[in-house]
Design a protein around this ligand. Structure first.
Ligand SMILES: [Zn+2]
Length: 120
């Protein structure tokens, strides 16, 4: 997963534009989350998902990427978070694709490890 990627970074009230290369990703951190159709992250309350924005139980939560990557740029390297839209542009596959793929393969791991099929 080595891509030159322009990234827009929000630092408090400033927006910076950065061009760098993805040199690594944090593989042992949670790389996806459940999200309501309204785009708000949902909370796991007991056995249900709850959207605090819609204020209802979320029965159709979708899974979205949130991957922490390390970008090398002209001034060094930093960790950034790639959101769902950006990861989709790079991988051209949905988050669910890799989660289903993971379940079918023998290397079933916890939700916190980025699957090998995504990196290669
Ligand atoms: Zn919602």
């Amino acid at each position: 997963m080595s891509h030159n990627i322009p990234i827009t970074v929000s630092l408090q009230d400033q927006i910076c534009f950065l061009i760098g290369e993805i040199i690594d990703m944090l593989k042992h951190q949670k790389w996806w989350y459940y999200c309501c159709l309204c785009n708000a992250p949902v909370s796991h309350v007991g056995n249900i998902f709850y959207c605090y924005l819609c204020k209802v139980e979320c029965v159709d939560a979708i899974r979205r990427y949130r991957i922490k990557i390390i970008i090398s740029h002209s001034n060094g390297s930093n960790i950034f978070i790639l959101e769902d839209d950006e990861v989709m542009q790079i991988l051209k596959k949905s988050c669910s694709y890799f989660l289903i793929d993971e379940r079918n393969s023998s290397q079933l791991k916890d939700d916190y490890t980025v699957p090998n099929s995504m990196i290669s």
